[in-house]
Design a protein around this ligand. Structure first.
Ligand code: SF4
Length: 754
């Protein structure tokens, strides 16, 4: 069901061969990250050494995982490729669309009612194209992946930023946009800038109240939310071997919070134990045969400064438990110092909720350590002062934790056990105790704590900690509680102290599950009908984009000249629009509504050159589209930065924008424009941005000669009849020009397969 051991054997054969070759070519010992990268080259055996942070390299990942929110557009696009099945093992996980409110049973029922068309679509499309489908309630994507699919030395991509969680089992696992996932599903290579490497040497051993979570809370404090950008963080050293596999997962998971490409750990006994406990002894046996290839070379770890771009050292024995926040995960404060800091900053001391779980911290070890604190509250007659909510990471974890009485302990404290899903971690939380925007504090064991993330309230101060610390803080109801030194008053009026948490790495009676929620796809899905209702508001089958004719690039109108920052959020807003992620026509109604018009400094207020009137960007654009007039968007520096959201390219394309001309692009967005068959261009002379006027018309005079390494010429016709002729650059190679000529990359794939 879950994994294909023959595929893993093939990967392991590749690793041993290609790592030796890579060592020879680079002339140095290798980190684990390099071993995985060099053994997953699209071209096969390594033939050259890549420069970190510079070279763009094509890779061949082993797996893909998609969550329900991002999978919709990814799979709609994949359907365009005309393939019978996905080229690489893929799974879809229904976890983001389930709102936490009354508890698992009722919440799941409601989600199945409100989002059934999305779930039905995902299930049918998975069944048709050979994709494994995990039903709503089966669990959170990253926990399910760790328990079923992750394997040491593997490479995977996923349409979610916390895909990196699988580094806990020795993978290079990277969060990508839907367009990248679609390429790999369709049998194409996946491109990544060869990452820089940050080494984190761990010494000592965790003890007392300190947990794996505190390692990454500390690292986040050191590196900040941007410190890992463009880099893989590789953990090593004796301390790493002392951490459980799921603890490593927690650390890798929150690597996303420091902007890291991913994080990983070398294969060790803890990983072997986890593989065997999750019914994957055959993988452990295979991994044991090539153990040395599944971790960094000894020489690298002995002299890390020579081989990593940056090295950090943390002694686990002296590491203190932390709570990070509010509003940013890198604001790290050791527990015990938080009270003073909170008073100084006027953060509410009273804690309203303690939330445990999410993909970050819902392992058996996490739940058992937190339950050991909850049990003490029961035994010592302490009544929790905050509400408790628990989100188990998977049905397997939930079933096992229930069997072993761990959930029962929380329920004795009045906890609500939410669905095995994201819930409050992604704002899917109908929080009954708060209405409006009152200032309040919550603590949770999740990963992100940005403003509004959990409950939509900008005044909710969310602090991130380990599950056991969250349990202790929730029992005390105070942010300034330090369980290592402070006492609590119980219901009998006695002062009691919480003992240090204890837990079990793995369930002594093994994992158990009745129905794990997995649906295997049909062997032959050709007869499966993909379910999309014609009148659906949330889903719409895609039509292939029609290639832009050269003749259409004469008389192009200016849609908007964007001023300043224009991120993917400005181009395709999130929030309430998330609902329409699978319906291109409907979500297109948010196109560029966040971009600032350079001529009036207003958002969503542009001139319609046909009428002379002003209107919203999507409305004006739809009027041009109705008349068959192509348009151009002009922008500033780093246009399209932010996320890899493909909607930011698909929507303008769908509405009839032919070209985006900017001072510079965020690279992923530029590639997305190319994939959708549009022109992504940059000013050869940045100052030409100032030439663009509100009523301009554009003629692409030499578009018929569009070719690699050759700038294009653009004639700008102003309202007064004056003209400017400028050069515009592009980075299209021959293959990408073919995407443009065919209307999109997917059109080309389909044509080549025909
Ligand atoms: Fe993302 Fe939170 Fe869900 Fe994890 S639990 S996948 S971080 S939303």
């Amino acid at each position: 069901m879950a994994f294909d051991i023959d595929m893993i054997k093939k990967v392991y054969a590749q690793i041993s061969e290609r790592v030796d070759k890579a060592r020879e070519i680079t002339g140095k010992p290798l980190t684990l990250s390099e071993k995985i990268l060099y053994s997953h080259l699209w071209e096969g055996n390594p033939t050259k050494a890549f420069q970190r942070g510079k070279d763009y390299v094509d890779f061949a990942p082993d797996r893909i995982a998609c969550q329900d929110a991002t999978a919709q557009m990814a799979l709609l696009q994949f359907m365009q490729a005309g393939k019978k099945t996905v080229a690489v093992p893929t799974t879809v996980h229904c976890d983001h669309l389930i709102q936490a409110k009354q508890g698992a049973a009722l919440d799941l029922k409601r989600a199945n009612e409100t989002s059934n068309e999305v779930f039905d679509f995902l299930e049918s499309v998975s069944n048709k194209y050979g994709i494994g489908f995990w039903r709503p309630g089966a669990g959170i994507i990253h926990q399910v992946v760790l328990e079923n699919y992750a394997f040491p030395g593997g490479m995977m991509i996923g349409t979610d930023s916390h895909t990196v969680n699988a580094g806990g089992l020795g993978m290079v696992a990277i969060g990508v946009g839907g367009a990248d996932a679609v390429d790999v599903m369709a049998g194409m290579a996946w491109e990544l800038k060869f990452p820089k490497l940050i080494g984190v040497k761990l010494t000592g051993e965790l003890n007392g109240w300190t947990a794996s979570k505190d390692v990454i809370l500390k690292v986040a404090g050191i590196l900040t939310v941007k410190g890992g950008t463009g880099a893989i963080v590789e953990y090593f050293g004796p301390g790493a071997k002392n951490l459980s596999c799921t603890g490593k997962g927690t650390i890798c998971n929150m690597g996303a919070e420091i902007g890291a490409t991913t994080s990983t750990f070398g294969y060790d006994d803890a990983m072997e134990r986890f593989l065997r406990a999750t019914d994957r002894s055959d993988i452990a046996d295979e991994a044991n045969k090539i153990r040395a290839y599944l971790t960094g070379d000894d020489e690298v770890y002995a002299n890390p400064e020579q081989y990593f771009d940056q090295v950090i050292e943390i002694d686990l024995s002296t590491l203190r438990p932390h709570l990070n926040g509010p509003f940013t995960p890198d604001l790290a404060t050791p527990v015990g110092e938080l009270g003073e800091k909170a008073k100084k900053n006027d953060w509410p001391i009273k804690v309203d909720w303690g939330l445990i779980g999410s993909c970050t911290n819902s392992s058996y070890e996490d739940l058992s350590r937190a339950a050991s604190i909850a049990q003490q509250a029961v035994d010592k007659n302490l009544k929790p002062k905050s509400d408790f909510g628990i989100n188990p990471g998977s049905e397997q974890i939930r079933f096992t934790a229930e069997r072993d009485g761990l959930l029962d302990v929380f329920e004795k404290l009045g906890a609500t056990i939410f669905t095995n899903a994201c819930g409050p971690c992604i704002g899917q939380w109908d929080r009954s105790d708060r209405k409006g925007d009152e200032k309040n504090t919550i603590v949770h064991s999740f990963n992100r704590n940005f403003s509004k993330r959990a409950d939509g309230n900008p005044n909710t101060h969310a602090f991130v900690g380990s599950p056991e610390m969250v349990a202790a803080i929730a029992i005390s109801g105070r942010l300034d509680f330090d369980p290592m030194n402070d006492t609590l008053l119980n219901e009998d009026g006695q002062e009691v102290k919480l003992d240090i948490p204890v837990g079990l790495e793995l369930p002594p009676k093994g994992f158990e599950v009745d129905d794990n929620g997995y649906l295997a796809p049909k062997e032959d899905g050709s007869s499966v009908e993909v379910k999309v209702a014609k009148d659906s508001e949330r889903l719409q089958l895609l039509e292939p984009f029609v290639p832009i004719k050269d003749s259409e690039l004469q008389g192009v109108k200016l849609l908007i000249k964007a001023f300043g920052k224009c991120t993917t959020d400005h181009i395709s807003m999130a929030g309430p629009w998330l609902r329409y992620r699978g319906h291109l026509d409907n979500i297109a109604n948010n196109t560029l509504i966040g971009a600032v018009n350079a001529f009036n400094k207003k958002t969503n207020f542009v001139k319609n050159q046909l009428t002379g009137e002003y209107g919203g960007v999507p409305n004006v654009q739809r009027e041009y589209k109705a008349k068959g007039i192509k348009t151009i968007v002009v922008g500033d520096h780093n246009y399209g930065e932010g996320s890899s959201r493909e909607h930011a390219a698909m929507q303008p394309r769908f509405l009839g924008v032919a070209a985006v001309l900017v001072k510079s692009f965020a690279r992923i967005h530029e590639t997305n424009l190319k994939k959708q068959g549009m022109l992504g261009l940059t000013f050869a002379n940045e100052a030409d941005y100032d030439l663009i006027q509100e009523d301009d018309t554009f003629n692409f005079v030499d578009i018929a000669d569009f070719s690699e390494n050759k700038p294009l010429t653009l004639e700008i016709v102003h309202k007064d009849g004056n003209k400017d002729t400028i050069k515009v650059n592009h980075t299209y190679n021959d293959a990408q020009i073919k995407w443009y000529r065919e209307g999109s990359a997917l059109n080309l794939i389909k044509k080549q397969d025909a």
